[in-house]
Design a protein around this ligand. Structure first.
Ligand code: PA5
Length: 435
């Protein structure tokens, strides 16, 4: 089976193989906590078996609703924040054309709301919604998060004005808790189709529930392949007990070993622009899971070669506090040749026998060598290609590694108490009763 590979050659100048291998007992203990559910956060381990347990009846119902709403929409507004939108956005932006908004005859364009309070954004969104047919998917596990609640009120009012109350009801789907929360109550009263986020799956681990699956299917992508990729990676992560055979364990071991050597920042280096949101999703996954109790690598990201012309200077020569994890893609979805030009005025004819991917790979290899020589350990993760199947593998790989890594670090990877502090201040400033 083609699968994700982790390569550590360019870490070995900074820690030796023995130090990585020495992590194995702790890594295996962390893995056992995940599988046995006998450590902190064990009420949030539903994601571990999601790829196997996702019910065929649920998928059939979801595809049915998607089909019905695709017929009504040029645009779908996905309302949500954090784990309630980043997973879907990561998959959609990895797969869709960068120019999707301009393409004719496409599946509905997915736009987002509830992830910002910027007023200009909502002004622009409403202007767009005036001129297109649209549906809305509102997602909140708690059903009480302020940003999506405000955004949904704005969008719902626009829909009811544009389509009337009854047709608006047919154009909205809600994804929330099975029993509690304001969104659950609104959806019940209004009769919106409703999907449930399982109690035991936290927001940042929820992309393989309807939270991610519905918007991804709505955008026209194959959620069966996504789940198959996750299923296959689940077997790799669960069945293999050595670092060499288990990429998730290797990744967790190396980042913890480097953290113990004083590394403070992990920079995820994407080699393609369409992986920018994968980095955003990864930052939430690792930042919220590990950044607590005064511990944790700070997750940061760059895209090459774009950011080599900005952040590249810091990585090469700034404070020596970071490691890089380079996310490489084996083969491109399309081939774009560099044209020959007999006059060669730009002097780049030496490149015309190479594909853009070969040129990009040389940029990546050159970057690894340069940053490594500059004192930055670089781990490489290679995914064979970017499609639904391999994104499914990536999702499960990063989630499993995150659980193992968090337990190895000695934190509860499945809570996020720090996210509450700003909310209390904001509510006080806004005059919310009780704050
Ligand atoms: O990972 C998490 O739990 C958070 O990022 C949540 O997804 C985010 O705060 C949104 O919460 P909710 O879905 O309850 O609106």
């Amino acid at each position: 089976m083609d699968t994700i590979k982790v390569k550590v050659d360019h870490v070995l100048g900074h820690i030796n193989r023995g130090a990585i291998e020495a992590m194995l007992p702790e890594i295996m203990a962390a893995k056992r906590h995940l599988l046995n559910g006998d450590a902190a956060g064990n009420d949030f381990l539903g994601w571990v078996n999601l790829p196997e347990e996702t019910d065929a009846a649920l998928l059939a119902r979801l595809k049915n609703d998607v089909h019905r709403m695709q017929e009504k929409s040029q645009v779908m507004v996905v309302v949500g924040i954090g784990g309630s939108y980043l997973g879907a956005r990561m998959v959609i932006e990895a797969l869709q054309s960068e120019f999707a908004a301009m393409l004719p005859n496409r599946k509905p364009l997915i736009v987002y709301a509830g992830h910002t309070l910027g007023e200009d954004y909502y002004g622009q969104l409403l202007t767009l919604l005036d001129s297109v047919d649209y549906t809305t998917c509102v997602i909140s596990k708690s059903g009480t998060t302020t940003e999506p609640a405000v955004a949904f009120r704005i969008v719902k009012a626009h829909m009811e004005k544009k389509y009337g109350h009854e047709e608006a009801q047919r154009r909205i789907v809600a994804i929330t808790d099975a029993r509690r929360g304001a969104l659950h109550d609104i959806a019940t009263q209004e009769g919106y189709p409703m999907y449930v986020i399982p109690d035991n799956v936290g927001g940042r681990f929820s992309v393989l529930t309807p939270v991610g699956l519905l918007p991804i299917a709505m955008a026209g992508y194959d959620i069966d392949k996504l789940l198959q990729g996750a299923r296959d990676m689940r077997h790799i992560c669960i069945d293999n007990e050595t670092l060499e055979d288990n990429p998730a364990l290797m990744y967790a071991a190396v980042r913890n070993a480097l953290y113990r050597k004083g590394i403070k920042i992990e920079m995820l280096v994407g080699c393609q622009l369409n992986l920018r949101y994968l980095a955003e999703w990864w930052k939430q996954l690792y930042g919220e899971s590990e950044g607590k109790d005064g511990k944790g690598l700070l997750p940061h990201s760059i895209t090459i070669t774009t950011d080599l012309h900005s952040m590249g200077q810091y990585v090469q020569d700034g404070e020596r506090i970071m490691m890089e994890t380079m996310l490489r893609v084996g083969k491109p979805g399309v081939t774009v040749p560099v044209p020959t030009d007999e006059r060669n005025l730009d002097g780049i004819n030496y490149l015309t026998c190479k594909s853009l991917t070969e040129i990009n790979d040389c940029a990546a290899d050159g970057t690894i060598a340069a940053h490594n020589a500059g004192g930055v350990p670089v781990m490489e993760i290679t995914v064979p290609m970017i499609d639904e199947y391999f994104i499914g593998q990536l999702i499960y790989f990063f989630e499993f590694a995150c659980g193992v890594s968090g337990y190895t670090l000695g934190v509860n990877p499945f809570d996020q108490p720090g996210v509450e502090a700003y909310k209390r201040n904001m509510f006080h400033l806004l005059g919310k009763p009780g704050f």
